[in-house]
Design a protein around this ligand. Sequence first.
Ligand SMILES: C[S@@+](CC[C@H](N)C(=O)[O-])C[C@H]1O[C@@H](n2cnc3c(N)ncnc32)[C@H](O)[C@@H]1O
Length: 246
Amino acid sequence: MALGDLPTGDEKRVRVRDMFDRIAPRYDALNRVISVGLDQRWRRRALDKIAVGAGDRVVDLACGTGDFCELVASRGASVVGVDFAMQMLRQARRRGLDFPSVQGDGEWLPFRSASVDVVTCGFALRNFVSLEAVLREIARIVRPGGRIALIDVDRPGWAPLRAAHSLYFDRVVPFIGGLVSDRSAYRYLPQSTAYLPPPAELRGMLQAAGFLEVDRETLMLGAAQILTGVRGPLTPVGLARGGRPS
Ligand SMILES: C[S@@+](CC[C@H](N)C(=O)[O-])C[C@H]1O[C@@H](n2cnc3c(N)ncnc32)[C@H](O)[C@@H]1O
């Protein structure tokens, strides 16, 4: 699918933020329906893969209504959620979750360099205006040896499966979204997969940002993916470039 009429640049930033502010009240219920209840299992799998546990300082980027934060906290790690949509953060509070959170943009994270052990991010890669800039910013705040786990949707590679998936994702999901929440938002959701770079490019972007041991696991026959990596050492080149760790 091509980018077509999808927004880019600051127009995308404003439209995505407004959209999540709008759909926040119904977001969790619809998420469970759309992923047929698998989304929490995928988040758990992501945390297992990078062994998140007690003592880890975790930032959950694009935390939304707090699903990842809740799971991270249940493992004894400390977590701060970051999201630019205030209504998503408010919805987390309405759900009774009380993790610390800050309204902010993934391109400018309010944390010191090399100050966190782990960054998680669920279903937001395709929403960022510049994925490269966000990955660089994640790499800046994760300490050398720290880990990342990023989840997003995907489309199956095998043509018959891709067609069946497309029927569900491109037709059924916007229909259900329209009935329960906001039709245009749930039309955008499948369209936004067009922003996601192909697997090899994604891997290359993570490596270029400074991550080693980059791994990509596909879930549910290719309907979702988990990307993991370990922050490499700080390079003298990066430090020379204005003092910030690369
Ligand atoms: C599909 S929701 C996922 C929420 C949550 N991570 C989850 O797993 O359910 C995407 C989230 O990304 C947030 N988001 C998108 N672009 C962002 C950005 N540039 N900075 C911070 N948050 C962003 C949206 O506000 C929204 O809450």
